[in-house]
Design a protein around this ligand. Structure first.
Ligand code: AIR
Ligand code: ASP
Length: 265
């Protein structure tokens, strides 16, 4: 059952800064991590034999860039991304009524999620120009994109995730409209939330899939690995570009985002 939390405790109890300000269920890792379904670049997806419709997303202390060409193993990164994702999914699902794959957070580095058939399209929303749109067009970094734009990229590392057109998405047998509609909704809610933290949500990547009942759900993770976050009105980064550009400690930056989020979700 979506959102069911059979037993829980408030994380703040231990006083540790790594604890989430959310409820989470205790699931012994050895029990949860039965079969490895997928090994991603920074996450692994596991399944338990007796839970065919559920997956466990395990976040590693690992960061990659350039499609895995650069790699590092920063301590605490997995837990930080996991907890930020948990807080954002909880916010979107329970407070904003957006259907996501998130069920709960059984341990600090693991999300329990509904199993999805993933749509092989990465959906990008941009509020401010940065990254590939600056690299590949005449658009200047920092320009406000209002209304926000939505782009689609093929989810295929071997092909280096090329930019798609709406027509190409349709020819792939995928209707881009529901993806766009859902992505814009997510953008509205996340933008409002980050704005409370004095952060500009520059852009982000979403992945969608269908659950066993054929519902379109938001999947994957929601963390500074997949979004650009700038201190409001500046270009001070709190996201993976720090690693991509070798400009600073991503774990420090991600922990700052986590601490801020705890105050507002
Ligand atoms: N993204 C895209 N592919 C992988 C990731 N993580 C995210 C980036 C950025 C947004 O999508 O982190 O927030 C747009 O990326 P780009 O490179 O197209 O500018
Ligand atoms: N997601 C890709 C990687 O992890 C590209 C990037 O984020 O820079 O290598």
């Amino acid at each position: 059952m979506r959102g069911a939390i059979p037993s829980f405790f408030m994380s703040g109890d231990t006083g540790s800064t790594e604890q989430p300000k959310i409820f989470y269920t205790e699931v012994p890792q050895t029990e949860a991590h039965d079969t490895l379904l997928l090994e991603g670049k920074v996450k692994s997806v596991y399944q338990k034999a007796d839970e065919p419709d559920t997956v466990y997303l395990h976040f590693h202390d690992k960061v990659t860039a350039g499609n895995g060409r650069r790699i590092d193993f920063p301590e605490g990164k997995g837990k930080t991304c996991c907890l930020i994702s948990a807080l954002l999914f909880e916010h979107l699902e329970h407070k904003r009524g957006i259907r996501t794959h998130y069920i709960d957070c059984p341990s600090l580095d693991t999300l329990r999620c509904n199993k999805l058939t993933i749509i092989p399209v990465e959906v990008i929303v941009r509020n401010i120009a940065a990254g590939s749109i600056v690299k590949n067009t005449t658009i200047t970094e920092g320009i406000k994109l209002s209304p926000p734009i939505v782009e689609y990229f093929l989810k295929d590392d071997e092909k280096d995730d090329p930019l798609l057109t709406d027509d190409r998405v349709r020819l792939m047998g995928i209707d881009p409209e529901p993806l766009k509609e859902a992505a814009i909704k997510v953008n509205t809610h996340l933008q409002m939330l980050f704005s409370l933290m004095d952060i500009d949500l520059v852009d982000f990547k979403l992945e969608f899939g269908y659950d066993v009942n054929e519902n379109l759900c938001l999947g994957d993770e929601l963390s500074p690995d997949n979004m650009r976050l700038w201190k409001k009105g500046t270009k001070e980064r709190f996201d993976k570009d720090l690693f991509r550009k070798d400009e600073g400690d991503i774990v420090e930056a991600y922990k700052y985002i986590l601490t801020q989020l705890r105050q507002f979700v």
